[in-house]
Write a protein that binds this ligand. Structure first.
Ligand code: AR6
Length: 168
């Protein structure tokens, strides 16, 4: 089951939201900044603790923390690829972000999760390509794993929302 929503992911009322983080999990701008601001300082503390034990989170991988003051109980942090003219396996790495987040959802028995449009802001991934990768990755995952997970794409800007509308 896939839903398309437009708005601020920090207001999502479900089990988990995904954060488009950076490798050091220190917070930042864009959706990452909004999530940290809404979740409160416990989120940054948990991220820093994780990095102390595990090192930086590599591009394409995902980890999970509690949601702090958010309505969502969990935040799944993933690091999207920085767009580099398509020469650095960006499509594959972006796909890995979605797949690794979905694996965590299944492991943690998360039933509803919302994704932002990973890498399409500061990291400069072309929005059309990113939307195609996102939709294909989620569709493939849901059709090949026996799960009743509900996935929402939370588009912030009109351009992404229109792209996802066409694809879905
Ligand atoms: N809710 C949903 N989507 C949002 C929100 C929000 N509140 N705010 C922005 N977006 P970006 P990236 C959309 O730049 O490209 C950070 O500094 C936005 O319109 O947040 O993966 C991190 O720390 C865009 O479509 O993430 C990293 O350093 C999408 O979220 C770096 O930016 C992603 O934009 C990650 O860059």
């Amino acid at each position: 089951m896939i839903h398309l929503l437009q708005g601020d992911i920090t207001l999502f009322e479900g089990d988990a939201i995904v954060n488009a983080a950076n490798s050091s999990l220190r917070g930042g701008g864009g959706v990452d900044g909004a999530i940290h601001k809404a979740a409160g300082p416990a989120l940054l503390q948990e991220c820093q603790e994780w990095v102390r034990h595990n090192g930086d989170l590599p591009t394409g991988k995902a980890m999970i923390t509690k949601g702090g003051n958010l309505k969502a109980r969990w935040v799944i942090h993933t690091v999207g690829p920085v767009w580099s003219s398509g020469t650095q396996d960006e499509d594959f790495l972006l796909s890995q972000c979605y797949i690794n987040c979905l694996h965590l959802c299944v492991e943690r028995n998360i039933r509803t999760v919302a994704f932002p449009n990973i890498s399409t802001g500061v990291y400069g991934f072309p929005k059309t390509d990113a939307a195609e990768v996102a939709v294909a990755s989620v569709r493939n995952f849901l059709s090949s794993s026996h799960t009743d997970l509900e996935v929402s794409f939370m588009c912030f800007d009109e351009e992404n929302y229109t792209l996802y509308q066409k694809l879905l």
